[in-house]
Ligand binder design. Structure first.
Ligand SMILES: [Zn+2]
Length: 250
């Protein structure tokens, strides 16, 4: 599908990351009073994978380590056949295990991480450097394991890459103290930089999550993505993670 990268994570669990071509997908954003661009994106990715999405669940993100739990879809599918959109509070990750629910994380440089297990437990994580150091990845994996997840896989979507992510040395030292020297990099012009992708990979390794292919592209220089750091973009791209209904085939 145009304007998005979609992967099958595990079993019937899929992840899709939108690009700027899909527009600003923030519910309640200027172009988005009723959540319909996000609902339209969910409807399109569901159709492209021959799956069904009844409801998009999103959270108010604050760069913390709170993980929200999404139950089964509550909102009926609209008359236009698009899923409903529901905010379930303040958190930086969402976990679910019900088909028909698409978990949404919005980003413009931070890491959108999708997680899934063979038991059909799945999650979407907003991993900026603050949330990463605060343990949002470990907290999410802990919630998944508490629900019965065993072998978890994780895929990283478009985010700012090391060559574009100049960082103050003091903050860089803090990040390195949490996850190791591999987080210390440099920009294209040789300034100190944080490797956020390496940080997410280190966090996944630390809690036994196997990394699988996602969308390996830089939001700052890769083209086609919103970047807060590079262009002060206010728009946000979306990560959706959802499980196809039982019996549906892709
Ligand atoms: Zn870049």
């Amino acid at each position: 599908m145009d304007g998005a990268t979609t992967v099958r994570l595990e079993g019937n669990v899929y992840a899709s990351w939108s690009g700027a071509a899909r527009g600003d997908l923030r519910p309640g954003g200027p172009s988005h009073a009723d959540g319909s661009p996000l609902a339209a994106f969910a409807a399109d990715v569901a159709a492209a994978t021959t799956t069904r999405v009844d409801e998009v669940v999103w959270v108010t993100q604050v760069h913390g380590r709170a993980v929200a739990e999404a139950g089964a879809a509550l909102l009926p599918t609209g008359l236009d056949g698009r899923p409903g959109c529901r905010n379930i509070g303040t958190a930086d990750a969402v976990v679910a295990m019900d088909p028909g629910v698409a978990l949404c994380i919005l980003t413009a440089d931070c890491g959108p991480l999708a997680l899934a297990s063979p038991e059909g437990i799945f999650a979407a994580v907003h991993a900026g450097w603050r949330g990463l150091l605060d343990g949002i990845v470990e907290a999410t994996v802990g919630q998944m394991r508490a629900r019965g997840a065993t072998d978890i896989v994780g895929a990283i979507g478009p985010c700012i890459h090391v060559e574009c992510y100049e960082f103050a040395t003091s903050d860089l030292d803090l990040a390195v103290s949490g996850y190791g020297e591999e987080l210390r990099g440099c920009t294209t012009d040789g300034r100190p930089a944080l490797d956020l992708v390496a940080g997410m990979q280190a966090a996944m390794r630390a809690c036994g999550v196997q990394a699988v292919d996602g969308a390996d592209v830089c939001t700052s220089c890769g083209g086609g993505y919103y970047s807060h750091r590079a262009r002060h973009d206010t728009g946000r791209q979306a990560l959706l993670v959802w499980m196809g209904s039982p019996g549906s085939e892709a």
